[in-house]
Design a protein around this ligand. Structure first.
Ligand SMILES: Cc1cc2nc3c(=O)[nH]c(=O)nc-3n(C[C@H](O)[C@H](O)[C@H](O)COP(=O)(O)OP(=O)(O)OC[C@H]3O[C@@H](n4cnc5c(N)ncnc54)[C@H](O)[C@@H]3O)c2cc1C
Length: 438
């Protein structure tokens, strides 16, 4: 068969072939839908908003596979016609990493949402299944999913391919630290097939933004379920809240989450109990037998236990105020700001030094898998230059920075770069996200 060489011609032939193979309902060129799905949550970053405003980069068509076997077919044709493919789950990624820089296909994976097996210590799911649905079903079967992000309605494939950590991370680390047992991956190599990877081999596909292959199914680990409680405390000062935050790893059963916010962030948190916005808020998902100990610690540090709420719905609400969410709530309340993902003990030991780098800084704290602090540093935005200039100063005081203001793959880069020549030799998968090499 002769393939047309113009871009428009190739796209038209590709779409026709795809429609023949998967049916009319699998593709859409509705401009409104294309515009909506061509952007993600990069609006959290004022820098990305300048660079990737909605509408600047648009896919040519949306393709919605309804079975996992459709994905290798789509990628076989994309390879044949040189059509770029950008995968998308729920679109909550906040680095612009699901933006279709070169047009082509926006691969909407949300219809692949089946939860196919709940076993002892694992759940087998399709990539578009939402973590809310997965967690609900595994809880009913007596298990806890190891981790989920504060955007719990995101897809499991998007969390594995675009996220990093969340509720459960204190015990289990990030998405690349063993949670993912197996992945089914469709490459864009013309083969029209897919393959499974296991254990450490999954790392080349985690936090890879889909550049090394499209994840269509995953097997992720679970623990036996516990009856977690949502614990709210408040303190007159940040230092007092830190006294408790740093002690939490001493508990015999680790908390699932431990978030703290300075007063300026507290006012906009949508908590189910009244939070005093003049005090530092500490919110923890605790195992019930540890509540008494933590309550004692809070009292002896001069704090107050605000509420202890039973029920999984309550712990979910608490999760919904963790990680990047306090930044989103602050922006929504009318305080424009940028944020950085930061880690290092100075967040506990020398917060004033951390906050001296940018104007009007505030800290949102989380407890990390290494029993140390990490979190978000939010501050007034002036310019991209101002933001970048602060990195070196933060590094000087021992603070590591992960920038949420750029879309390049920046974790496991070596494994990903080594995998791509085999799985995407033409560079059609999510173009523009692997532009630097290790
Ligand atoms: C307010 C807010 C709070 C957040 N909190 C957290 C948090 O607690 N923890 C955290 O880690 N992240 C967090 N994020 C970031 C984001 O929510 C997570 O990365 C999320 O899990 C992404 O899932 P998604 O389904 O929305 O993926 P998408 O945004 O659709 O995609 C994410 C990336 O993965 C690629 N991709 C999607 N599906 C696949 C697939 N099946 N195969 C291959 N590639 C694929 C996309 O191309 C994109 O590059 C937050 C974001 C916001 C805006």
């Amino acid at each position: 068969m002769t393939i047309t060489t113009t871009v428009t011609g190739r796209l038209a032939e590709f779409t026709e072939r795809l429609t023949d193979e998967l049916g009319e309902e699998a593709t859409s060129t509705d401009p409104k839908l294309i515009r909506k799905l061509s952007s993600d949550w990069s609006r959290l970053s004022p820098i990305l908003m300048e660079k990737l405003p909605p509408g600047r980069f648009l896919a040519d068509l949306v393709v919605r596979p309804s079975t996992v076997d459709d994905v290798p077919t789509i990628l076989r044709l994309a390879y044949e016609y040189d059509v770029p493919v950008t995968p998308r789950g729920a679109g909550t990624g906040n680095y612009g990493q699901a933006t279709p820089f070169d047009g082509g296909v926006l691969l909407d994976l949300r219809k692949l949402d089946r939860i196919t097996e709940i076993g002892d210590g694992f759940v087998r799911v399709e990539a578009g299944a939402r973590l809310t649905a997965i967690d609900r079903q595994v809880r009913e079967a007596g298990h806890d999913i190891w981790m989920f992000p504060s955007t719990k309605s995101s897809s499991v494939g998007g969390f594995i391919a675009g996220g990093s950590a969340g509720t459960g991370t204190i015990k289990h680390g990030t998405v690349s630290d063993g949670w993912v047992r197996e992945l089914r991956v469709a490459p864009c190599d013309g083969s029209g097939t897919d393959f499974w990877v296991m254990g450490p081999d999954t790392v080349a596909f985690t936090h890879a933004y889909g550049v090394s292959g499209i994840v269509t199914e995953a097997v992720v680990r679970t623990d036996p379920a516990r009856e977690w409680v949502a614990f709210y405390a408040s303190f007159p000062s940040y230092a007092q809240a830190v006294d408790i935050h740093r002690r939490l790893p001493e508990l015999p059963i680790l908390p699932r989450l431990a978030s703290a916010d300075e007063p300026p962030l507290v006012a906009s948190l949508p908590a189910p109990v009244e939070l005093d916005s003049t005090r530092t808020s500490l919110r923890i998902i605790l195992e019930p037998s540890t509540v008494e100990t933590v309550s004692r610690w809070v009292a002896s540090a001069g704090g107050e236990v605000v509420a202890v709420l039973d029920g999984y719905e309550q712990t979910d609400r608490l999760s919904g105020m963790s990680y990047n969410h306090p930044i989103y709530f602050r922006q929504r309340a009318g305080h424009p700001c940028f944020h950085l993902e930061v880690n290092g003990r100075a967040l506990w030991d020398d917060p004033d030094a951390v906050k001296s780098v940018y104007p009007n800084s505030v800290i949102h704290l989380e407890l990390g898998p290494n029993r140390g602090p990490f979190g978000m540093l939010a501050a007034d935005y002036q310019s991209e230059e101002q933001v970048l200039d602060g990195f070196a100063r933060l590094n000087e005081i021992g603070i590591g920075v992960h920038s949420p203001h750029q879309w390049n793959v920046d974790r496991h880069v070596e494994q990903i770069v080594a995998t791509v020549p085999r799985t995407d030799p033409k560079g059609l998968l999510n173009p523009g996200k692997l532009s630097h090499s290790p």
